[in-house]
Design a protein around this ligand. Structure first.
Ligand code: PMP
Length: 328
C-alpha cells in the first residue's frame, strides 16, 4: 500500500463509512503486537472506453477471506454478498475512476497485553487508487531467496495472516538489496513454493506448470484465473506439481501471478536468462487474455466481474443500502 493515502478517502471501519483520518486503532491492539489479523487484496480495473470500473472476483476473495479468518477464529459478521456491496459503495462514495486496490483487514482488536486470543474482532475495508505494483512490461528479474517459505503447520501460507508477511517482507527486502525485483521462495523441502507476494508459473515442454498449493503456496485467485484461461483459451495442459529450483534455470518461460502484480513475466532468474531472456509467447498470450478478461472485453469471463457504476442501478445498490441500514 502506497504511503500518503488521501486522509479524506472514505473507508469502512467499525461498521461505518468514515474518512481514513478517523479510522484509527489503539497502540495496545492485539493484532499490532502479535500479527493476529487476516487480510485480502482485490483489484478493480478501470476501462476508459466503457467508463466502467470492473471489480475482479469479489465473492471469491471474500469467501477466501472468511474461510481464512476461521483459521484464526476471527468473525466477520457480514455475508460475502454484503462485503461485495460495501466494496462497491466505497468505490462509488470515493468516485474512483482509475485502477483500484481493495484491502479488507480483519483482526483481533482487544487492547491489552497477552498473546492468547479472545472473541474481540474488528474489520475494515479500504479501496485506494492503485497503479502498477511491479513494473513488469519489459519483464522482471527474480532471485531465489535464502529465506524459506513458512510451513503450513507453523503459520499457514494459504491464510494471508498478517504476521506471516514478515516472511515475505524479509524475502522482498533481501531480493531488492541483491538487485532483484522480486523473491522466489523455496519451501523446507527445497522445492519452489511461490514469490514473496505472488504465485509462480513455468512453461516447460509444452505444459504450464505451477507448484501445488500443498507446497506452501497461497491459493491464489489470479493463479486460478490464469489456469482457466490457459486451459480454455490456449488448450494448454496445466499441471500442479512440485518444481525443483534447477528447473527454473532450464524452463522456457516463467511468470508471477497475483492480484497486485497481475501477470508479471520473469525474464531473468538468479542472473540467468529465462528461455531466450525475453517475454515468452505463452506469457504474452496470457497477459493479453487476462487484461481483456479483467476489463470486461471478454463476454465469456463477465461472470468474474462486478461492474461498479452499472451495479449502482441494480442489485448492488439494494445490497449496499441493506448494509447501510445494518451499519447505521
Ligand atoms: N502468494 C502470496 C504470498 C500473496 O501475498 C499473494 C497475493 N494475494 C499471492 C500469492 C497471489 O494471490 P492472489 O492471486 O489471490 O492475489
Amino acid at each position: 500500500m502506497k504511503a500518503g493515502a488521501d486522509p479524506d478517502l472514505i473507508v469502512f471501519f467499525d461498521g461505518k463509512y468514515v474518512p481514513l483520518s478517523e479510522a484509527r486503532v489503539g497502540i495496545l491492539t492485539h493484532a499490532l503486537h502479535y500479527g493476529t489479523g487476516v487480510f485480502e487484496g482485490i483489484r478493480a480495473h478501470w476501462d476508459d472506453a466503457q467508463h466502467e470500473l470492473f471489480l475482479m472476483r469479489p465473492r471469491d476473495h471474500y469467501l477466501r477471506w472468511k474461510q481464512n479468518c476461521g483459521i484464526l477464529r476471527i468473525q466477520v459478521p457480514f455475508t460475502v454478498e454484503e462485503l461485495s456491496a460495501i466494496t462497491v459503495q466505497l468505490m462509488l462514495r470515493n468516485a474512483l475512476r482509475s485502477n483500484v486496490y481493495v484491502r479488507p483487514l480483519a483482526y483481533k482488536c482487544a487492547e491489552r497485553v497477552g498473546v492468547s486470543t479472545d472473541d474481540q474482532d474488528a474489520f475494515a475495508i479500504v479501496a485506494l487508487p492503485f497503479g502498477e505494483y511491479l513494473h513488469s512490461d519489459k519483464g522482471v528479474h527474480a532471485g531465489v531467496s535464502s529465506w524459506r517459505r513458512i510451513e503450513d503447520n507453523a503459520i499457514p501460507a494459504r491464510a494471508k495472516i498478517c504476521g506471516a508477511y514478515v516472511n515475505s517482507a524479509l524475502a522482498s527486502d533481501e531480493a531488492r538489496q541483491n538487485g532483484f525485483d522480486e523473491a522466489i521462495f523455496l519451501n523446507e523441502n527445497g522445492q519452489v513454493a511461490e514469490g514473496a507476494t505472488c504465485n509462480i508459473f513455468m512453461v516447460r515442454k509444452g505444459e504450464l506448470i505451477t507448484p501445488s498449493v500443498t507446497d506452501n503456496a497461497l491459493e491464489g485467485i489470479t493463479r486460478d484465473s490464469v489456469m482457466e484461461l490457459a486451459r480454455r483459451e490456449l488448450s494448454l495442459p496445466v499441471v500442479e506439481r512440485s518444481i525443483d529450483r534447477s528447473e527454473l534455470y532450464v524452463c522456457d518461460e516463467l511468470f508471477f501471478t497475483g492480484t497486485a502484480v497481475g501477470i508479471a513475466p520473469i525474464v531473468r532468474v538468479d542472473r540467468r536468462p529465462v528461455g531466450k531472456g525475453a517475454i515468452g509467447v505463452v506469457t504474452n498470450a496470457l497477459r493479453r487474455l487476462y487484461f481483456d478478461a479483467t476489463r470486461g472485453h471478454l463476454r465469456k469471463y463477465a461472470y468474474w466481474l462486478v461492474p461498479v457504476y452499472q451495479s449502482q442501478q441494480g442489485e448492488g445498490k439494494q445490497a449496499a443500502s441493506l448494509v447501510e441500514i445494518n451499519a447505521a
